[in-house]
Design a protein around this ligand. Sequence first.
Ligand code: ADP
Ligand code: MG
Length: 246
Amino acid sequence: RLKVDEELKELQARVDNWSPPAEITLFNELPLSSRTLKGLKSSHFLNPTPIQCLAIPPALKGQDLLGSAKTGSGKTLAFLIPMLERLYQDKWGPMDGLGAVVISPTRELAVQTFTQLRDIGKYHQFSAGLVIGGKPLKEEQDRLGRMNILIATPGRLLQHLDSTVGFESSGVKVLVLDEADRLLDLGFLPALRAIIGHFSPGVVSSSSSKPNRQTLLFSATQTKDLAALAKLSLHEPVYINCNKAG
Ligand code: ADP
Ligand code: MG
């Protein structure tokens, strides 16, 4: 326990004082916990991709983020890693309930993200679940109260937010909107609007000991609708665009 406290203190200092080195070639050059580094290593992830190098440090600081990078560039780990680290830094435990939610456009993507979380998060002790429909609502409802992290599709998540008694969404610390351009293409803007309305506002409150919601938005492309969704969901975001020429 003492060892964990010491590591967390040291990590927080590295995160706070972070200024990017000229080049990062290894995950262990980023200010990440030994649990996460071990999970990455055992999943054979050694070298962070450009979007991961650029997005992870500000996300670790708790900043909102809009990250754009083409398909296949590694956006999933760009949000899963800081999500795990933020909960770990906060010593999130079974009694703290739901701490992070990832919204994916399709069941298939949600399952892929869940699998990647399982892999790299296996040395952490968070409970994680999928909320993607295809099973009776009641069955999902019974498990929801025990989850720290949910990977969800918008429709099903909204169904639970509206109807599952005791589903506590106000403590959520990290909200991820993944593949946001696809979410919008599939017509999920109204559902997302409603979902965001359920979570605590993403503004900083000076009185609370735990900071409010952080939102990470990732997309392969940028459209006008995406700007609208960003405005709706993000608070003073950092913009990271790996699609720029040159
Ligand atoms: P995107 O969401 O940007 O389309 P993904 O996160 O799905 O990309 O990643 C695409 C592929 O690259 C996946 O198979 C993933 O496992 C792999 N990948 C992601 N990050 C790394 C990395 N740092 N090193 C090696 N492979 C990676
Ligand atoms: Mg993706």
